[in-house]
Design a protein around this ligand. Structure first.
Ligand SMILES: Nc1ncnc2c1ncn2[C@@H]1O[C@H](COP(=O)(O)OP(=O)(O)OP(=O)(O)O)[C@@H](O)[C@H]1O
Length: 396
């Protein structure tokens, strides 16, 4: 049936779909194409100073091709130092090293300015004022972050929206608290930190280890709230250190990193089957996330173990690189990023700063005005100069 060229113009109900209309329904995506990220570091003792120490280039991320779709939540897993935070840094344009490759959002090449408009980054630590209540914290953040056109009523409405989204209604008027004054719990504090970022209604929410230090039940509630936010049309990407088995089914996609490369990136519900087919089934009653993070880690306890686990991880990376999942993802990214330029222009028009189309139009109008002015001058010369003197006047 798929061989029929007309098939794509029919939906399941047998109605004819307008190809243009179908294109409009494409969900926003964040695409990372051929990402390689290097950092420079000094090696040797500090007292030699920057001039005498050797500079070394370290590859933190390599060969990253991934697609994040709106309405989906993705967990980035991996052992310590595998490059999880660096991946978020690259997406959010917070990197300090040299980046190769391209990041696209909605078919538009991302710069730091663009990503700041669309993405919010939730850091690992909660930096909140102890004496304020949850509502006050959000209200002041709203005043500072929301556009100046928002009035008091609109800011309060936004504050109430994020309070409801993050399940903070019961503590809305409680103090944040700290080591001296007892306030809300650690999990609730995490929710307030996330709620602050949600005030701007970002299209992409990036979270660096949001569940660290939380108990199992709080983690589940928090991840479940984030899943609801994603399913309401946002891209949610989080790094997670020790994921519990009960949150596994809440993730739509899993990205497993090792040594800055991808070992698996795909649907969460296909991960166990994927590794099972490679000869690494998940033992019964084991947490698949823990099991596969262990599988993708390098054991550095002794030289022998290191060599063996390194070879295994290299093999896993190679297998993923040649897999159908990866091929399909790259095809999907290329299809997304190579859509007609008109769409790119439309997105450009969406942006608040002066769109390029208007600039081009202004240039054309100016050119026309200047040409009209030159013509007018020529006509005036022809009108006022007698016919016998015209050749001389033209030469002048
Ligand atoms: N700016 C930098 N300068 C020096 N090294 C860096 C820099 N950025 C990343 N790295 C190195 O890159 C590797 C990946 O770091 P990254 O913080 O992304 O790992 P991670 O998976 O988030 O680790 P963790 O789970 O422990 O936070 C590490 O070895 C780290 O030392």
């Amino acid at each position: 049936m798929s061989d029929n060229p007309c098939f794509s113009y029919f939906n399941g109900c047998g109605n004819i779909l307008d190809p243009d209309e179908d294109e409009e329904q494409i969900v926003p995506t964040l695409n990372l194409l051929n990402i390689n990220y290097d950092i420079k570091q000094y090696v040797g003792p500090w007292w030699k100073g920057a001039c005498f120490r050797k500079r070394q280039t370290k590859t933190v991320l390599s060969n990253i091709n991934v697609q994040f779709k709106s309405g989906e939540m993705t967990a980035i897993l991996g052992s310590s130092g595998s490059g999880k935070t660096s991946l978020l840094d690259v997406i959010s344009s917070r990197y300090t090293g040299k980046l190769y490759g391209k990041v696209y959002f909605n078919n538009y090449l991302c710069t730091a300015d663009i990503i700041k408009q669309y993405a919010a980054y939730v850091m690992q630590a909660d930096r909140l004022l102890h004496n304020l209540t949850v509502r006050e914290t959000l209200k002041y953040s709203g005043i500072l972050r929301l556009p100046g056109a928002y009035n008091d009523k609109e800011i309060n409405a936004e504050v109430n929206r994020v309070i409801a989204d993050m399940g903070l209604k019961h503590v809305a008027d409680s103090k944040i608290g700290g080591s001296v004054i007892r306030g809300i719990s650690g999990g609730e504090r995490r929710r307030v930190t996330i709620a602050i970022q949600l005030l701007q209604n970002p299209k992409i929410l990036l979270l660096d280890e949001p569940t660290t230090g939380l108990d199992s039940c709080t983690t589940r509630h928090l991840v479940s709230s984030l899943s609801d936010i994603a399913h309401n049309g946002k891209i949610v990407i989080m790094t997670i250190h020790q994921p519990r088995s009960d949150v596994f089914k809440l993730f739509d996609n899993i990205g497993l990193l090792s040594m800055g490369e991808i070992v698996y990136f795909g649907k969460a519900n296909q991960m166990v089957e994927y590794f099972g087919e490679l000869g690494y089934p998940c033992p019964t009653y084991a947490n698949p996330l823990d099991h596969y993070v262990d599988l993708a880690s390098i054991d550095r306890r002794d030289r022998d173990l290191e060599v063996r686990t390194f070879a295994k991880v290299e093999n896993l990376i190679m297998t993923y690189t040649n897999s159908t999942i990866k091929r399909e993802m790259v095809q999907s990214i290329e299809k997304e990023t190579m859509r007609p330029t008109t769409r790119r222009t439309m997105l450009h028009l969406d942006r608040p700063h002066p769109p390029i189309v208007f600039t081009v139009m202004l240039c054309l109008i100016r050119l026309k005005v200047e040409m009209a002015y030159v013509k007018l001058r020529v006509n005036i010369v022809y009108l006022i100069i007698p016919t016998e003197n015209r050749v001389v006047a033209d030469i002048d």
